[in-house]
Design a protein around this ligand. Sequence first.
Ligand code: SF4
Ligand code: SF4
Length: 382
Amino acid sequence: METAIAVGQAFVLERDHFQALLDALQGQGYTVLGPTVEAGAIVYRPLTRVEELPIGWRDRQGPGFYRLERREEPTLFGYVVGPSSWKKFLHPPTVTLWKARRTPDGGFQQVVESAAQVPRYAFLGVRPCELHAIRIQDRVFLEGPFVDPTYRERRSRIFTVVVNCVEPGDTCFCASMDAGPWAQAGFDLALTELWDPEDHRFLVHVGSPEGAAVLASVPLRPATEADRGRERARLDEAAQRMGRSLDVHGLKERLYAQYEAPEWEEVAQRCLTCTNCTLVCPTCFCTTVEDTTDLTGQWAERRRVWDSCFTLSFSYIHGGSVRSSPAARYRQWLTHKLATWQDQFDTLGCVGCGRCITWCPVGIDITQEAARIAAGAKTQEP
Ligand code: SF4
Ligand code: SF4
């Protein structure tokens, strides 16, 4: 008997049938991007077979620390997040804006090359915090006065398969940012992996008609109350086990009151201004523009590339850089994430994924620094 599938329903997908989900996505014309192990880390890349997923791997994370190690359970999504996020597929690190060639009369003619068609991507294994980060970038690139055509084109074609988090990492704090550990909306499908020695299955939530269409060819059975209860228990437990937390109540005002705090200089003495935190962050979006020519001088090209507020050149205007000291640059980054972002985009700029803590070479922790610096304001309140 065929199972009717509608938005809002939940089903059970047995682990042994997971390949059918991959096949269904590919059958609908999607290029599946998902997690795999590469160079000692979890990275997202095209995959076609379930065996390419990080089966039986977990990650250990801490400030300035990341290691993959084997685990006994053959889970498919038993890690947290790796250094790369989905940002690079929606807001690519390099975008060619235009090319031009020299004409016989010594001038330049702009050459418009038809951009290669971007595949219809299915993002498999999007963590709830990462889905939240995509929603934040939507506000930046799509919902302000200026719409970014590159982002719009890519964003309009993706299919999202969320995998809720049942095992948060030591640097995670999505629960305090209201960005996890489970996704409530904005996905096509959301999975929760449930493993025990006798039973390995996924609860599948249908979030869109496209999600329902993909499931039409996948062997499923309707989820029971017992299935939902088991899922709820695992997710509640995950929310309780977050490695970190951040009190965001009144944080904007508390940080605004601390522009001149000596702690900015203190953290800057440790900060290498290496830019790692901004490059791994799924919400950071700053870019610069580079012009290049070939050695013959016949071709010129303008590219948009990722940049970072931690570089001296990022705030360079005529006469010098506005933020010349590491303290000024760290203050810019942290207050943008947790304060001015709210004025600009009506949302926080952080989802609590913990990447900036893990991948900071000196282990600077945004939750500790924000709490420490904002606490000064707290004690000065009447
Ligand atoms: S600021 Fe850090 S914890 Fe927050 S979203 Fe960016 S990388 Fe993740
Ligand atoms: S806070 Fe850490 S990751 Fe960010 S620029 Fe400074 S040293 Fe690099």
